[in-house]
Design a protein around this ligand. Sequence first.
Ligand SMILES: O=C(O)c1cc(=O)[nH]c(=O)n1[C@@H]1O[C@H](COP(=O)(O)O)[C@@H](O)[C@H]1O
Length: 279
Amino acid sequence: MTPEPFGARLRHAMDTRGPLCVGIDPHASLLTSWGLDDDIAGLERFTRTVVEALADRVAVLKPQSAFFERFGSRGIAVLEKAVEEARSAGALVLMDAKRGDIGSTMGAYAATYLDKDSPLFSDAVTVSPYLGFGSLRPALDAAAASGAGVFVLALTSNPEGAEVQRATAADGRSLAQLMLDHMAAENEGAAPLGSVGAVVGATLGDAGVDLAINGPLLAPGIGAQGATPADLPAVFGDAVGNVVPSVSRGVLRHGPDASGLREAAERFADEIRGAVSGS
Ligand SMILES: O=C(O)c1cc(=O)[nH]c(=O)n1[C@@H]1O[C@H](COP(=O)(O)O)[C@@H](O)[C@H]1O
C-alpha cells in the first residue's frame, strides 16, 4: 500500500492543530535552568517532559539531533524514544540533523532517518543542499517511498548564511533561488502540499526570493533569535499559509512545568494565528 505522503499529513496537522513547530533543543543552560544536571538523566527528563507536554497538541516537534549526539550512544537512545513517543501521541517529528554529503553517503543518512525500519525513522529530516541539490536524491527517493518529508535549507536564519545562499549561480539566480526552484520541481502536481519543504528563516525581513514551491516552509528564528510571528507576512508574503513557524528556546525556557510549556506554545500559536489571518 502506498503510504500517505508527508505533505498531505502535514497539511492535515497544520489545519487541525495549527502550524506551530516546537524544537526540542536540550541546551546545557536550559537543563540547568530547569534544575536538572547536564547529564543523561537530565537529558532524559527534559526530553520526556517536553514530549509529554506538547506532543498531543502541536503539529510538529523538531528534536535537534546535536544536543542528543553530544551524550553519545545514550543520548541517541533518548532521541529514539522521544521520536517514538512523540509520533504515537500524534505529533509529526521533524528530525533536525541538517545532513548533506555526496550521494552515496546521503543514502546512508536516508537509511537512518527515512527508512521505516530504522530506529530513528522520522516523519521528516532537515538536509543541506550545498553539495548540490542532486546529492540529495537518495533522501528524496527514500522519503517519497516511506511517506516522509525532507526540509531543504534555502535561506537560513543566521546572518552568516547570506554569503553562500545569496551568492549568484552561473545562470544569474541566487543559490537559494536555484535550490527553491529544484524544490518546486520536486513538488510539482502534489496536492494538497508537496513533501519537499524549504527552510527559510523568519529573521530575514523580506525573503526576496520566489517561495511558490508548493511545499511547506519551515521558519525558524522566532523567539531567541529575535523574530516574532508578526514578521511572518513580510517575510513570506503570499506563501504565508504554507509556513510552519518554529520556536525552540522561546518555548523551552518556560519549563520545567508542563503547564508553562503549554501556555508558551499556546501564546505563540495565538500570535501566529493573528499574524497569518491578518495578512
Ligand atoms: O533547520 C532548522 O531548524 C534551523 C534552520 C535555520 O536556518 N536556523 C535555525 O535556527 N534552525 C534550528 O532551529 C532551532 C532554533 O532554536 P531557537 O533559536 O532556540 O528557537 C535550532 O535547533 C537551529 O538549529
